[in-house]
Write a protein that binds this ligand. Structure first.
Ligand code: ADP
Length: 646
């Protein structure tokens, strides 16, 4: 088209102006229109062939339209103003408003993001809506957001949404996003640039390699908290510096909201935990109160009854038994609480020694049979040691191992009124031994199978009334197993039964060096007869008890109530063994052992103590003590140890 008289001379304006007939045929136009259409304009062409998205309509009123149009392969936003003029013609002004509309859209997006931030109930919800909003500004169909951990060295995936199947495990190494986080500046990369960077910095790409990748760090004034990235798999020019500016602009708003959301979430979790803990504490106190009161009532009631003269000696014996068994029950409860606090306070150490599996299971079997009688359950107790690994001994903390198995066994018997309880072990591989106790009892619903390992937890609140127990046994077992380097779990089906299993590292001891394996068998107490035992103890009741036991076994007993008295007696008498309370008021127990050993190096010392830390006992042994007993001392434990000694 050449210049003619209808040509409007406004060449330099960034606006295209056209004169159009009512049927849309272009009569004349400013040269700037050529810049907008990016192609020649043939004579007699229609305006909608130049701008297909402009909905031109002849109308008496002036109208404004906003439409998208591509020039040089890029999409822009235009505003067209269509005004009727003389001779039924129309004047059309077309203006590129991409930038101003983008600013408007960014503003709208920011306002929307703030609203989303306030309204969304979870971070996941927030990120999803955020993606929808960003997608109105540029292609954000493939997006991910990674957050840096506290050390600021590792990224974890907070959100991902992608048109390709994408792994939900974010790579742990040096990724492009981590590189952006450390760089502290946003980037747009095409495939070639990415390949170059990958070889230069040894970077890993997350997801399928994109043709265009844009990412910006999420920064506060002093810190980088994460990275947001979008990627396109088809167009190497999908993003330009305008998009980067937008993402950077949005990212500062986003950072603030993410931090806010993460904090809210942390608070919500902490609140949930605190409420749960509070509930558990109240339930625990109620349980404890019941647990302590029941045996306490029995003890007080029968202690009072036993003193009445009218009661026959047979009845007295029965009452004394009640008092003893209820006292034991209380002691177990106190032991459990102390045990748990000790483990939780981290003052528990594991002492590995050779354990003979066969004697361990003999003892467990005997325990289970007694327990079944005690609990009056008519069930079968079975042993399944169906393996031919040839392993007879393992190196483990025998006491703790036994404690866990005893607890699982007594639970299994408690919750099984028909069928059987089976115990055993397997060797699944040459690094692991797996112990199990299975039963055909009431079972545990799936939803509670993890919870029962928490402290003060019981599968059924009513179970406590029905079966007793404070919900500590499994919590202790779990901690002990973990302390020994294993893990514990349960498989169970309600009304069918449960199988509790736990693993331990399989360590095979050098059997040649085994002097005392696992659990002592009954000794011959005759060896004690005629020996002189010095009891060093300041508590009168304990002195009486220990003397009675020693005398009943045919030995002679001497008593010292203090360290100095003990030394004096050792100087004067011929003593065969010392039973030493390590917590005397006037003397340091370790010091006393040293002094005794200096005077009479060969005299064996057995330390007795209540809840002494293992390290202390280790020191006592290092000073020369022969062995130790934990209070309250059981008759056979004391006699076994003395027999072993002589
Ligand atoms: P306690 O037995 O003192 O209540 P535990 O920690 O040993 O405490 O057990 C917690 C809960 O786990 C029990 O109260 C019971 O509900 C459930 N449980 C444990 N062992 C079994 C089992 N063998 N069969 C069914 N339920 C069991």
């Amino acid at each position: 088209m050449t210049k003619n008289k209808n040509h409007i001379d406004i060449n330099d304006l960034p606006i295209g102006v056209l004169l159009v007939k009512r049927d849309g045929i272009v009569i004349s136009y400013s040269p700037s229109v050529l810049l907008l259409t990016d192609k020649p304009i043939p004579d007699g062409c229609r305006i909608d062939s130049l701008f297909p998205n402009l909905p031109f309509k002849a109308s008496k009123k002036e109208r404004t339209y906003t439409f998208e149009h591509s020039t040089h392969g890029k999409q822009y936003t235009y505003r067209a103003n269509v005004k009727p003029v003389e001779w039924s013609n129309f004047l059309v002004w077309i203006e590129n408003i991409t930038l101003s509309s983008k600013v408007e859209r960014i503003n709208r997006t920011l306002v929307k993001l703030s609203a989303i931030g306030l309204e969304s109930t979870s971070p996941e919800d927030f990120y999803r809506l955020m993606q929808e909003e960003l997608n109105t500004l540029f292609d954000a169909r493939n997006i991910y957001l990674v957050l840096l951990d506290k050390s600021r060295q590792r990224l974890s995936l907070a959100y991902v949404s992608d048109t390709h199947t994408i792994n939900s495990d974010y790579p742990s190494g040096n990724t492009f996003a981590l590189w952006v986080a450390h760089r502290g500046q946003g980037v747009i990369l095409n495939r070639q640039q990415m390949n170059r960077l990958r070889s230069k910095h040894n970077l890993t790409f997350y997801g399928p390699p994109a043709l265009c990748w844009m990412a910006v760090p999420l920064k506060t004034k002093s810190d980088t908290v994460g990275v947001i990235a979008v990627q396109n798999y088809q167009n190497p020019n999908a993003y330009d510096h305008n998009d980067l500016e937008v993402l950077e602009f949005v990212s500062s708003q986003l950072t603030y909201m993410i931090i806010q959301k993460e904090r809210e979430n942390e608070l919500k979790l902490a609140k949930g935990k605190a409420e749960e803990a509070d509930k558990l504490k109240s339930a625990f106190l109620a349980n404890m109160s019941h647990e302590i009161r029941t045996p306490m009532n029995a003890i007080l009631g029968f202690s009072e009854l036993i003193t009445r003269e009218s009661i026959s000696p047979e009845k007295k014996k029965v009452y004394a038994d009640y008092i003893t068994s209820n006292g034991r029950l209380l002691l177990t409860l106190i032991d459990d609480i102390i045990e748990l606090s000790k483990i939780e306070a981290g003052i528990y150490s594991i002492r590995r020694q050779p354990v003979e599996l066969d004697s361990l299971f003999n003892e467990l079997h005997q325990f289970a049979i007694n327990e079944k009688k005690r609990q009056k359950q008519n069930i079968l107790i079975a042993r399944d040691i169906g393996n031919n690994s040839g392993i007879t001994h393992i190196l483990a903390d025998g006491e703790r191992l036994k404690q866990v198995l005893l607890n699982l066994l007594s639970n299994a018997i408690k919750f099984t009124s028909q069928g059987s309880v089976t115990m055993g072990y397997r060797i699944p591989n040459n690094a692991t031994i797996e112990f199990f106790v299975s039963d055909t009892g009431i079972g545990i619903p799936k939803s509670l199978q993890e919870k029962i390992f928490e402290r003060f937890r019981q599968a059924d609140e009513t179970a406590q009334r029905l079966y007793g127990g404070a919900g500590l046994g499994l919590a202790i077992s779990k901690r002990l197993v973990e302390l020994m380097g294993g893990r514990i779990w349960v498989e169970s089906e309600p009304n069918k039964g449960s199988c509790f299993s736990f693993t331990l590292p399989l360590i095979i001891p050098n059997t040649k060096n085994i002097s005392r394996i696992g659990f002592p068998t009954k000794n011959d107490y005759n060896k004690i007869t005629g020996k002189t035992i010095l009891i060093v103890e300041d508590n009168e009741a304990n002195v009486n008890y220990l003397s009675d036991v020693v005398i009943a076994s045919g030995a002679k007993s001497l008593t010292a109530m203090s360290g100095s008295q003990a030394i004096e007696l050792l100087n004067r008498e011929k003593i065969d063994a010392v039973l030493l309370d390590i917590q005397l008021p006037d003397t340091n127990g370790l010091e006393l052992i040293k002094r005794i050993k200096e005077k009479i190096p060969n005299v064996p010392i057995i330390v007795q103590s209540a809840y002494t830390p293992a390290e202390y006992i280790d020191k006592a042994i290092a000073q020369g003590a022969y062995g130790y007993l934990t209070k309250p001392i059981k008759v056979n434990e004391l006699l076994d140890l003395l027999s072993e000694l002589f």
